[in-house]
Design a protein around this ligand. Structure first.
Ligand code: FAD
Length: 384
């Protein structure tokens, strides 16, 4: 028996996993995704190239029957490899052994795997269709294709997984204010690449670690990719006195800064100038909403409801947890949809608020405390 029709906006990480879970529960799921199909057109990311997948996200993937497939495309990270300016690098393990680790996954390959899995479960995707407007009284949405042609679609139950810049959130907010608060971090990020080695050493540095170069007010991190490269991310104040992205406007200025502050990292990035000048500075903010839904008509999940800064590596993981909670609640036929959405927010918002606060705190820990001898002494004594 096919259940209720559900319209999802956004076929990114959270939208695709939710589509899979709902289709497996028998819902008739239609997904409208702004971008072209990445399996045909190539993946256009926009955000980080790779991500840390942790136990919370992995548990959701297990529920969807996808954990093993994803882990086959992931690199295990057993701890933080801290690279001080002076002295030797050291590994700070996440747990006592390899039963407590996190995983580096490529955003593109994970998204494509989730799209395949959602389609296999019966979800229907419409790529190149951006939500342009939502008439919540008529329960109808307007979609715009790549040529600008618009079409209407009836959407009795509408779920927005369209990310931090959510168009559905904007439409819901103009219908009934959601209490939106955006807190910019004031720091931005830029991605660079350590390429794979050409000889026997496929990875230029330790593959099974999340690398951190903490420098007090800023830092670099690097996550491994399966083919041997690392994606390096420089986090730095966006504006203000040196060093900031204002004062490091181009690769020439940034090269001198790296020579001084990241002398062991710079030689590992042979295309530094091209990477630095070719990649734009990403901005980082925390998004808080008082209301994630409008009765039973529309709901926001993932970054559309609770975008956070990336320093705990938990944004996707938290969004993945959303999908399991929501699919379970929607499958409970005893409730009406308005109750389900209200219950979803009651369960998930305290978790989202907690990880938002922890992510902000962890920026200080990663860029500063991890290199502090007092912090290291505390870890030796078993404090996490
Ligand atoms: P998105 O991934 O943004 O997907 C939204 C989708 O909606 C996209 O496909 C988009 O094309 C589509 N869309 C947008 N507008 C429309 C529209 N109008 N109509 C139709 N479709 C639309 N999280 C982790 O768990 N671990 C990490 O290590 C990690 N690292 C990160 C590093 C950085 C630098 C950043 C910025 C984020 C990081 N995150 C990490 C957070 C993670 O990227 C997000 O939490 C995650 O992508 C949220 O998934 P989503 O599907 O909600 O949104």
């Amino acid at each position: 028996m096919t259940r209720q029709a559900i319209t999802l906006i956004g076929g990114g990480l959270v939208g695709a996993l939710l589509a899979r879970l709902l289709a497996r529960r028998g819902f008739a799921v239609e997904v409208f995704e702004k971008r072209p199909d990445p399996r045909l057109a190539g993946f256009v990311g926009g955000r980080s190239i790779n991500l840390a997948l942790a136990e919370r996200g992995l548990q959701a993937l297990r529920t969807a029957g996808l954990a093993d497939d994803v882990l086959q495309r992931a690199v295990m990270m057993r701890g933080r490899m801290v690279h001080p300016l002076q002295g030797d690098s050291s590994l700070q393990r996440y747990g006592v052994d390899d039963s407590e680790v996190i995983w580096s996954v490529s955003r593109g390959s994970l998204n494509m795997l989730l799209l395949d899995a959602a389609e296999a479960a019966g979800a229907r995707f419409h790529f190149g269709h951006a939500l342009a407007d939502a008439d919540l009284d008529a329960r109808r949405i307007t979609l715009s294709d790549e040529s600008g042609t618009q079409r209407q679609h009836d959407a009795a139950v509408l779920i927005g997984a369209d990310g931090a810049g959510s168009a559905l959130r904007a439409a819901m907010d103009s219908y009934r204010p959601l209490g939106i608060r955006v807190e910019p971090l004031g720091h931005g990020y830029k991605e660079l690449e350590i390429p794979p080695g050409s000889g026997a050493e496929r990875f230029a540095i330790e593959p099974n670690a999340l690398h951190i170069w903490p420098r007090g007010g800023y830092m670099c991190i690097a996550l491994p990719n399966t083919e041997g490269s690392f994606t390096v991310t420089l986090f730095l104040p966006a504006h203000g006195p040196h060093p900031s992205f204002d004062t490091l406007a181009d690769a020439a200025a940034a090269n001198d800064f790296f020579l001084q502050d990241f002398p062991d990292l710079l030689p590992l990035i042979p295309c530094f100038a091209d990477d630095y000048d070719g990649h734009s500075v990403g901005s980082l903010s925390t998004l808080y909403l008082d209301h994630w839904h409008i009765d039973g008509r529309a709901l926001l999940v993932g970054d559309a409801a609770h975008a956070i800064v990336p320093f705990h590596g938990q944004g996707m993981n938290c969004g993945f947890e959303d999908t399991v909670t929501l699919a379970d609640l929607l499958a409970d036929t005893q409730r009406d949809t308005a109750d389900t959405f209200a219950q979803f927010q009651r369960i998930r918002k305290p978790n989202a608020d907690a990880i938002a606060a922890m992510a902000l705190e962890n920026y200080i820990e990663m860029r500063d405390s991890v290199a502090d001898p007092r912090y290291l002494a505390k870890r030796e004594l078993g404090a996490q």
